[in-house]
Design a protein around this ligand. Structure first.
Ligand code: CA
Length: 227
């Protein structure tokens, strides 16, 4: 009697568990599909002429960061995702990386961007170190809204680079000499609907989650296969 009753009970438990496992798998699968479909595809990748570029000009895939020197998430991206991307794809000649300024934090974003554009023109070999050094000077996350990205701060950072002419930089900042460059960047921000920083594009695809390195990798691999 007991034996007979246990069998259907076991079967029901096993069936229920089985159905549960299948449902969980379906939910996870659907989430996965949703995740990738949240990326936005554009007809063409952003033009990168005149933008700071890392890597081989002939690299088949282009990755663009829309970033803001005053944004803590951009600093975090630069310290976590960026080094992996450089090591895996830029140093191996598969990807070229470009950076476009975003001015979401107003005057301070403008100051940092004007300085960076000046350095790109006058001392291009120092550009990426200067770029990193500005981010290094960002206060801790809790204080990032405090005023810090000023002409004086930028000049203080530039002092570490003997090849940067400080008088020229100061004059360039005061006269907003590179205004046209940051306006050009602002147009790209608009054209590609950049709403948060950092925003990362692999070819013509804007990532939903810029910190999803696995997704960045898979988009790069897809692009490489298509070329
Ligand atoms: Ca630019």
């Amino acid at each position: 009697m007991n034996e007979k009753n246990q069998f259907p009970f076991k079967t029901i438990v096993i069936l229920t568990l089985g159905i549960f496992v299948i449902l969980v798998a379906l939910v996870l699968l659907t989430n996965d599909l949703n995740d990738s479909s949240k990326d936005t595809d554009y007809e063409k990748q952003p033009p990168i002429e005149g933008q700071p570029l890392l890597g081989n000009d002939n690299a088949p895939v282009t990755v663009v960061e829309f970033g803001d020197f005053k944004c803590p998430a951009c600093k975090a991206w630069g310290e976590t995702i960026f080094p992996q991307l450089i090591q895996d794809y830029v140093d191996t000649g598969k990807v070229k990386f470009a950076y476009v300024n975003v001015l979401f934090h107003g005057k301070e974003s403008i100051t940092g961007s004007l300085a960076a554009e000046h350095v790109l023109k006058e001392s291009p070999e120092s550009y990426w170190s200067f770029h990193k050094e500005i981010f290094n000077n960002q206060p801790q996350t809790a204080k990032h809204d405090d005023l810090w990205l000023t002409n004086d701060k930028v000049l203080e950072v530039a002092r570490k680079f003997p090849e940067i002419n400080l008088d020229q930089l100061k004059e360039s900042l005061e006269s907003q000499k590179e205004r046209a460059e940051i306006e050009k960047d602002a147009k790209l921000v608009e054209e590609y609907n950049v709403g948060l920083t950092p925003s990362i594009m692999v070819g013509g695809t804007m990532l939903e989650d810029p910190f999803d390195y696995e997704r960045i990798k898979s988009l790069i691999e897809q692009e490489l296969e298509g070329k």
